[in-house]
Design a binder for this molecule. Structure first.
Ligand SMILES: C[S@@+](CC[C@H](N)C(=O)[O-])C[C@H]1O[C@@H](n2cnc3c(N)ncnc32)[C@H](O)[C@@H]1O
Length: 248
């Protein structure tokens, strides 16, 4: 049974399908655990040329996606669903996307819409009328909302039970618990003079867990001290941090 259905409104469905129908998310779609369904905004134009963009009022560079095809596409999806779906617009002006947003979207919705802009963006009235939240994937600008939408859809879908083999696959990862993940190694034990840390070969689960936690704390301290300030740390973590600071 599909437990997460994401509609993506886009001018480039083939770009999204090429990515989202492969690998882990592709397999999850084949197994009907999640569904990522693209809607071609251009199909909702009312003009013969199927034009979706026009010059912005007031002048300026570039073209803007017009409100009518966008709204009709959005409205058609909501009508099919029989309800107004939560709607996300991918935008460099939005709130920066975090793992906490992925967890929230997965927790709060079984279905939602992601809208991809293109060109200079979309008519503001569509945002005012239909959009519940604007999400950015970072302080940079890409040409369209497709790559950002795929990042959000992937981050949400991989939290759906059954998509990954085990919940531990994501609960242990960077950002989930507020820390960066520890470094990982696989075979061979020795490569180009670099050895796998001995503790990982010891089979001692307690020592391995302690080493990993310490590494996660150290990485976060060195690379993202801003995260460490907000992380929920217990007494053992604070002791490990003391150790780390002395060692450094
Ligand atoms: C070239 S951008 C438009 C930028 C817009 N003129 C502005 O200055 O805010 C075209 C589309 O790409 C998407 N986009 C670009 N950068 C993004 C980002 N950092 N996060 C999310 N979406 C982005 C949005 O959907 C946007 O409508």
């Amino acid at each position: 049974m599909v437990t997460m259905h994401i509609y993506i409104l886009t001018l480039f469905p083939e770009e999204i399908n090429a990515v989202m129908r492969s690998s882990i998310i592709g397999r999850a779609q084949e197994n009907d655990i999640v569904k990522i369904e693209c809607r071609q905004i251009r199909d909702y134009t009312l003009n013969r040329q199927k034009q979706v963009d026009d010059h912005p009022y007031g002048g300026g560079m570039g073209m803007l996606m017009q409100v009518q095809p966008l709204y009709d596409c959005w409205d058609a999806v909501c009508r099919e669903e029989g309800r107004r779906l939560h709607t996300v617009y991918m935008s460099p002006q939005g709130k920066p996307f975090t793992q906490a947003d992925a967890v929230r979207l997965k927790r709060d919705y079984d279905s939602f819409i992601i809208v991809c802009g293109h060109y200079e963006g979309v008519d503001e009235r569509f945002i005012e009328q239909c959009v519940d939240e604007e999400i950015s994937v970072g302080d940079f600008v890409v040409t369209g909302g497709e790559l950002p939408a795929m990042a959000v859809a992937d981050a949400v879908c991989r939290l759906v039970p059954g998509v990954l083999s085990d919940a531990e696959c994501f609960t242990d990862e960077s950002h989930y618990s507020g820390l960066l993940e520890y470094p990982q190694y696989s075979r061979p034990v020795s490569w180009m003079g670099r050895d796998v840390p001995e503790v990982l070969l010891s089979g001692h689960h307690g020592n391995i867990a302690r080493w990993r936690r310490k590494q996660a704390l150290m990485r976060t301290l060195l690379r993202r001290p801003d995260m460490l300030e907000k992380a929920a740390l217990d007494e053992n973590d604070l002791k490990l941090l003391e150790e780390i600071k002395k060692e450094l």
